[in-house]
Design a protein around this ligand. Sequence first.
Ligand code: NA7
Length: 530
Amino acid sequence: MATDFDAVIIGAGFGGMYMLHRLRGKGFSARVLEAGTGVGGTWYWNRYPGARCDVESVQYSYQFSKELEQDWEWSERYATQPEILRYANHVADRFDLRRDIRFETRVTKATFDETENLWRVEAGKGDVLTARFVITAMGCLSSPNTPRIEGLADFKGPIYHTGNWPHDGVDFTGKTVGVIGTGSSAIQSIPLIAAQAKHLTVFQRTANYTIPAHNGPLDADYVKAIKASYPEMRRRAKTKPAGIDFEIPTASAIETPEEERTRKFQERWDYGGLGFMASFNDLLLNDDSNKAAADFVKAKIREIVKDPVTAEVLTPRNIIGCKRLCVDSGYWATFNRPNVTLVDIRDEPIERITTAGVHAKGQDYIFDCLVLATGFDAMTGALLKVDLRGRGGVPLKDRWNEGPKTYLGLTVVGFPNLFMITGPGSPSVLTNMLPSIEQHVDFITECLDAMRAKGVNVIEPVEQAQEEWVSHVGSVADITLRSTCSSWYVGANIPGKPRVFMPYIGGLPAYIQRCEAVVAGDYVGFALSP
Ligand code: NA7
């Protein structure tokens, strides 16, 4: 079996699969190493009930193949995890990707050998592969965060993490269930768990904002119209900050008269989804505008949740859209069910997990099973789990001990020939991931192709270019309210993680322009050597 490749790609989600396809198309040899037993990445691991994408299906899809776009049929406005996983598998089969993917192979270490200018990649089973390039495609939200709560190991029943859900599913019928967390994964799964369980208790540390999805089957005429105009839709999407084809607002919330403002919020609420934050152009720039949007949603909570005390606890206190906005199907109404209890742990964290359940606020809660909807060590977690060593054997974690530093979110000083798909410092999680992934993969492919044509063997960003990029990422983040709260965007959910706003908030069009300028200037900011 071959062990030397032009490129080793880590991860067989949407990034890794497309990377393999593009490299093959250019005649490069590549091998994908994947920890799971199948493709799909995020959609392979996050199998909790209710898991769905919060970007509409027709936009959360590959655009590199016109035939794929035309053949694949999305059934719902927001695709479920099983449907997206079917899509990933369809892509793997259609482009015959599996023959170059080694499954059940977790990469543990990768070291750059400076004498031979190649990477040595070590995987769990003692395998060592060598490659000129290493390309990480490990996802931004793929390293589950298990909270450090005393006694967690003592609990006698099963504990399920939403980010690593059993493949056979979980039957909660007749069970008493405790859910810890109220982020997106909890908000999606709680209505379904509540509908099945005997009793559900939700432990909430931070109340969250969520907008109804108004999900439903896709109308055949709508799908036909989309398929007839995919290229135009994709082109428009690339001109929008989030890479999603959606009307961009031009009005300020606070400068709009109250009646008109409420009408607009209602219109976006009725349409549903993340587009609520695009009701006006300054919801993340102006405190008063943000408050107007937040107040609108808070009034909805009071309207939907019958018990005023529960409604009050569910009402968020932070600004809207600072933590990632959630999209739900029946979340708040679930708290009207007689079999659902909400426990507010904002001021008093869970004291400990016992053999039988949770001890919080001086009380014992008894459960058959526990669900940890406690999120991820976002953006850097998966990268730092691999012992990545660059020049001089320096580990990436040492380079990043004050937070991630990259050039364009793609490369790191001291780590030659290493590329990261949707790494920290790239638009990634603030955009529609699929077009962002495709843009990164295309950039990397063209770069490798150009290097081959020029007889260049090694590419590495220069310190000054990286410093400038890091500072630009930080300064654009500071303009918005998004950097102000304790979210996973700034690493605040992981104790001890340096507080840095990790994704690039300047928008996809500005980012694409910058990457194009880098290429046009013969890889400005990079050192290329034979
Ligand atoms: P999130 O959004 O990070 O949510 C995790 C939730 O778990 C959040 O409510 C946390 O409260 C809570 N949490 C974490 N640790 C604890 C402890 N120790 N005690 C109590 N509560 C805790 O992760 P998700 O998986 O829901 O969503 C991640 C992204 O995936 C989402 O944004 C979408 O892009 C898809 P906190 O807010 O930190 O107080």
